[in-house]
Design a protein around this ligand. Sequence first.
Ligand SMILES: [Zn+2]
Length: 100
Amino acid sequence: MRLAEQLDNLTTTLNDALIQLDDLKKTVARLNAENERLRKEVQAAHLKAVEMPSPENKQVEINDTLLQLFNEGYHICPTCFGQMRDGECILCHGFLFHEQ
Ligand SMILES: [Zn+2]
């Protein structure tokens, strides 16, 4: 292969890589924004659950939301609320059983 062809091929490869990198950056930015939005949602739900004594059916609904968040892998304990759990968390378990 001639040197000029090799350079052309390398240029194409690098350009493709740059396009992929750009896509990845966009995906990361989108996921970060989504993560931030979900974190705020979770925190708002937590504040509601903690600060607003509600009628019993409302409380059950909030407990369901917390349980759902817990099952989706988020902390629901006050210490790490809204962060992804890495394995089991004894505080979350305590909080969950205390709430129910
Ligand atoms: Zn926890």
